[in-house]
Design a protein around this ligand. Structure first.
Ligand SMILES: CC(C)(COP(=O)(O)OP(=O)(O)OC[C@H]1O[C@@H](n2cnc3c(N)ncnc32)[C@H](O)[C@@H]1OP(=O)(O)O)[C@@H](O)C(=O)NCCC(=O)NCCS
Length: 237
């Protein structure tokens, strides 16, 4: 099932950022970039084409790390940048237009950093003000939704069916429980655990390494079981 990636033959390319296009005979290289700092630069390029372009960061040449794996049924919109060792599972939809009335045409893509695992049926919308960003070594479980312009830190776990409203900033090491809902434009502090089924309202102020749960979510306790998934994807593909 790794055919898309194998046809990219990443070892043939030097380090850098590339846009590939899927055609009848597999993937072909459209353009390469020195860096991805100026994503708006990429937007101008990508709007010339319809869907299915994605940008793979190839930093794995001559190292033991692996390129991303993207399931054939996943749909990636324009300006989706996928790091090394990223896994994108079946039926994920990533980088489609922001659900922001009047800003749907302003999609600036999604950046998924190295080692992040995104399982089945996850949806991640393109940002409108800038790209939606998923940090390194995150684990995003089935049916989770991440709204436009979210900035997700490193080693974050987002459990099944959790919904993260747009513009939300989630700190490193946060764990969002099953079915939790986070109000748009919230900020979740580093190392926080959000309990299953929690409703994080716009007024909740979170402090690092604490547990919040309930509807509306309230402080429950210290987060003694703060997880660390840093190692997770390193050797598992
Ligand atoms: C919030 C959570 C971390 C607390 O776990 P815990 O430390 O073991 O806490 P306990 O089960 O001992 O419960 C402590 C209290 O919090 C309450 N509580 C626990 N989880 C709650 C939740 N999600 N929402 C509301 N209240 C909750 C309990 O009823 C209990 O209340 P009480 O003291 O009045 O009896 C845990 O219940 C939870 O929601 N984990 C997320 C699970 C998940 O999503 N896993 C992903 C699997 S892929």
């Amino acid at each position: 099932m790794k055919y898309k990636i194998r046809k990219l033959k990443p070892r043939n390319y030097p380090e850098g950022f590339y846009i590939f296009k899927k055609g009848l005979f597999g993937w072909s290289l459209l353009k390469e970039f020195d860096d991805c700092n100026n994503v708006s630069r990429l937007v101008g390029f990508n709007t010339e084409h319809e869907g299915l372009e994605c940008i793979f960061k190839m930093t794995n040449r001559n190292t033991k790390t692996q390129p991303a794996y993207i399931h054939p049924t996943a749909v990636l919109g324009p300006n989706v940048i996928v790091g090394d060792n990223v896994y994108i599972g079946p039926y994920c939809v990533i980088g489609t237009p922001p659900e922001w009335e009047g800003r749907e045409g302003d999609g600036k893509g999604v950046i998924i950093h190295d080692g992040t695992r995104i399982t089945d049926l996850v949806t991640i919308h393109a940002g409108a003000d800038g790209p939606t960003v998923i940090g390194p070594n995150c684990y995003i479980l089935a049916h989770a939704h991440i709204g436009h312009d979210c900035k997700i830190g490193a080693n974050v776990r987002i459990s099944c069916h959790a919904s993260i409203g747009g513009h939300t900033v989630i700190g490193d090491g946060v764990n969002v429980g099953l079915n939790a809902v986070i109000h748009q434009r919230q900020t979740i502090a580093e190392g926080v655990m959000i309990g299953a089924q929690a409703m994080v309202t716009k007024g909740l102020k979170t402090e690092p390494y604490k547990v919040y749960a309930g509807n509306p979510a309230k402080y429950l306790k210290e987060n003694e079981r703060h997880h660390n998934y840093t190692i997770y994807m390193k050797d598992s593909i």
